[in-house]
Write a protein that binds this ligand. Structure first.
Ligand code: AMP
Length: 419
């Protein structure tokens, strides 16, 4: 147990972690272009925040949270997602008093007690964005466009955007009634989860993955059939914006978010070829959420994507990752006196911004040269005692194999010029 990480968690070691750094770099670039500022919130929050902000009837809150009591007997929960904390911070710091809309992004670990499998972990990482303070359908379209732009920058292909509208609480009342009437005669045949959803969250029956439930609900009325005129207009406007710049999407009337604070647009991005866990991102509008979490009524919309799944998809699709930047110098030594000179030279090189390394295990020159290969350094500086007495060192250009004697106090200038 001591030598393995908890189930459903991962270590990312050098060699792999560079891929994460690359993702984070692309994220920061795209966010700054689309006008998003980064927010960093605590890893744990008051449990109540997620009951309010995610919803008591969701799988996350019902079954998946890491909840614990601290020594002051407060109930705290490791965040299972990022929206609730972002909303909390927006209210707490009165960000609403600044010119609106507020556009925020976050990157960080999330925690869910899920059944681990490929693409599904207990600690995973999300990149998410939230826009507060505008109900303009152009914002709905823009966040979808931004998600696709991000995937495109990573080189991902073969993705599908599914969109839907779940309407507003007003038109959802109609839908709830019509849907329940439709489902009532089939109740006994629905799965037990759907039966339990019948009263508290009937809309979720539409996206049940159980084949029998899917078959029974083929003809069931979807939310889009019950939209009120304003919600219909909003949905049409979102689609028109997407059409206007040639974005392809699929209207998936079974894509639902069952809670009252979700409104209008819902969307999901699916990678067609990564197997069971094919959702690589999803989100939607939540005009009721900020009020639900204790703020003033404020429209909002956002999405989150799983970075592990994005990396899996990138690997599967053979997307390119950038090469590691070249390492500059390895300093090899012969004899003890040379070690002191190497130590001082390294300090000087690094201070000047070069990447430099030496041996710390007393290796022979031959073994040092072998060890140097690991760094793929452009140059090796060899410091020998005899040369040191003459104030010179040998500098080998690893690419060409040529070597030159250089005055020790000129090594930095020499490397800067040649590198
Ligand atoms: P959600 O917050 O459930 O809408 O999830 C948003 C995205 O996070 C999904 O599309 C997945 O890419 C990712 N995700 C959700 N749960 C997990 C998990 N347990 N492990 C890995 N990625 C996840």
């Amino acid at each position: 147990m001591l030598t393995s990480a908890p189930r459903g968690t991962n270590d990312f070691l050098p060699g792999e972690v560079e891929k994460w750094q690359y993702l984070e770099k692309v994220i920061r670039e795209i966010c700054s272009q689309y006008g998003y500022g980064e927010i960093r919130t605590p890893i744990f929050e008051h449990t109540e925040l997620f009951h309010r902000g995610v919803g008591d009837t969701t799988d996350i809150v019902e079954k998946e949270m890491y909840t614990f009591e601290d020594r002051g007997e407060r109930s705290l929960t490791l965040r299972p997602e990022g929206t609730a904390s972002t909303v909390r911070a927006f209210i707490q710091h009165k960000v609403y008093a600044q010119p609106q809309p507020t556009k925020l992004f976050y990157i960080g670990p999330m925690f869910r007690y899920d059944r681990p499998q490929a693409g599904r972990y207990r600690q995973f990482h999300q990149f998410g964005i939230e826009v507060f303070g505008s109900n303009d359908p152009a914002v709905d379209a823009e966040v979808i466009v931004m998600a696709l732009d991000f995937y495109d920058r990573l080189g991902l292909t073969d993705l599908e955007v599914h969109i839907n509208s779940v309407g507003c609480p007003k038109c959802r009342l109609d839908h709830r009634k019509t849907l329940q009437e439709h489902l009532r005669p089939k109740m006994a045949e629905l799965c037990s989860l759907c039966q339990s959803r019948f009263e508290r969250n009937p809309m979720r029956v539409l996206d049940c993955k159980n084949p029998k439930c899917q078959e029974l609900t083929v003809e069931a009325p979807t939310t889009t059939k019950c939209l009120c005129p304003e919600c219909l207009e909003h949905f049409e406007a979102v689609k028109k914006y997407l059409d206007s710049i040639g974005i392809k999407y699929v209207v998936n009337e079974r894509l639902v978010r069952g809670l009252d604070y979700y409104t209008n647009t819902a969307f999901e991005i699916v990678a067609r070829d990564i197997g069971a866990q094919s959702s690589i991102g999803g989100g939607g509008r939540y005009n009721g959420l900020i009020e639900q979490c204790g703020g003033q009524p404020t429209p909002g919309i956002g999405w989150a994507m799983g970075l592990e799944r994005i990396l899996l998809t990138m690997e599967k699709q053979g997307c390119k990752f950038p090469e590691a930047p070249p390492f500059d110098v390895f300093v090899a030594t012969i004899g003890d006196v040379a070690k002191d000179a190497a130590f001082q030279l390294l300090a000087k090189l690094r201070k000047a911004g070069l990447a430099a390394e030496k041996d710390y295990l007393g290796r022979s020159l031959k073994a040092q040269m072998k060890y140097a290969d690991k760094f793929k350094a452009g140059f090796t500086v060899i410091i020998g005692e005899d040369e040191l007495n003459r104030g010179v060192v040998m500098v080998r250009n690893m690419a060409g194999g040529s070597q030159e004697e250089v005055a020790l106090d000129k090594v930095l200038e020499y490397l800067k010029e040649k590198r």
